[in-house]
Write a protein that binds this ligand. Structure first.
Ligand code: CAA
Length: 261
């Protein structure tokens, strides 16, 4: 992989994917998308990883969007294929088998904002900026922006951001719930790792089932959503970790490490 770095810290159950194309502000070329997809496949296959962080290289940009130079001459069919590819990968992030934290270290524009929104949680550095600038480039957001932004923040604000293309600073992003937390740039990775480790310290099957219940439940009516929760909840009782944790509680003991079984 030329454009993505992958660090797996199996002893800590945390993996880090870094989009590494800082000379183009980590813009998503086809090569970056392919490398990101490969990195996701490797993390997915490693059952010792319980939480994943995605960030961008450098101090200026998380991801400055899809690669405009590569995109500019596409015809309708090529654009549809590109949109499907980006959406397929970002949906893979959204449905990833463990929580994914975006450590947003600067510009999160277009495809960058869309990648951050496909993650479960966003922590941003104080210089981060969020925008969907596509309408100014003669296109709509193409990797899920019209859908995830409108679900994540009030729909009127999402529409305003998309129609005006304005950049949102971190204070506003925090007040909108677009980011969970804001820290100084130098503290960003430590904060993301701390949160990832905290997630990884809980029962991984339970955390994964929580994620499935929330994600699937949000896509349906409340009665069906409650049934999804019942399924995810009850299935936890087939896990060794549930028995270990509840026995530890009644015996006033602490679980040192979950077995992921
Ligand atoms: N695609 C390709 N190259 C990009 C890029 C992008 N999205 N964003 C930045 N770059 C490149 C620049 O072309 C430049 O390359 P050169 O040094 O070879 O000229 C390099 O990164 C540095 O960028 P700038 O010189 O422009 O840096 P700046 O500090 O002056 O400006 C910026 C920073 C405001 C982020 C500006 O680069 C910018 O506006 N970038 C484009 C942002 C954008 O419109 N993103 C949306 C893309 S469309 C999309 O993402 C569609 C979708 O939903 C799938």
């Amino acid at each position: 992989m030329n454009t993505v770095l992958l660090d797996m810290h199996c002893d800590e159950n945390v993996a880090l994917i870094t989009i590494n194309r800082p000379q183009a502000l980590n813009a998503l070329s086809s090569e970056v998308l392919e490398d990101l997809n490969n990195a996701l496949a490797q993390v997915c296959a490693n059952k010792d990883i319980y939480a994943l962080i995605i960030t961008g290289a450098g101090e200026k940009s998380f991801v400055a969007g899809a690669d405009i130079a590569e995109m500019k001459d596409k015809n309708i069919d090529e654009a549809a294929a590109y949109g499907r590819l980006g959406n397929q990968i970002f949906t893979r992030v959204e449905n990833f088998r463990c929580p994914v934290i975006a450590a947003v270290n600067g510009f999160a524009l277009g495809g960058g904002c869309e990648l951050a929104m496909a993650c479960d949680i966003r922590i941003a550095s104080s210089n981060a900026r969020f925008a969907q600038p596509e309408a100014g480039l003669g296109i709509t957001p193409g990797f899920g922006g019209t859908q995830r932004l409108a679900r994540l923040i009030p729909v009127g604000v999402a529409k305003e951001m998309i129609y005006t293309c304005r950049q949102v600073k971190v204070e506003e992003a925090l007040s909108l719930g677009l980011v969970n937390k804001v820290v100084e740039q130098e503290a960003l990775m430590a904060e993301a790792i701390k949160m990832a480790k905290r997630i990884a310290s809980n029962a991984p099957i339970a955390v994964a089932n929580c994620k499935t219940a929330i994600n699937k439940g949000l896509q349906t009516d409340i009665d069906s959503a409650i049934n999804i929760e019942v399924k995810q909840f009850s299935e936890c009782f087939a896990s060794e970790d549930q028995k270990t944790a509840m026995n530890a509680f009644v015996n006033k003991e602490k679980v040192e490490k979950f077995a992921n079984k």
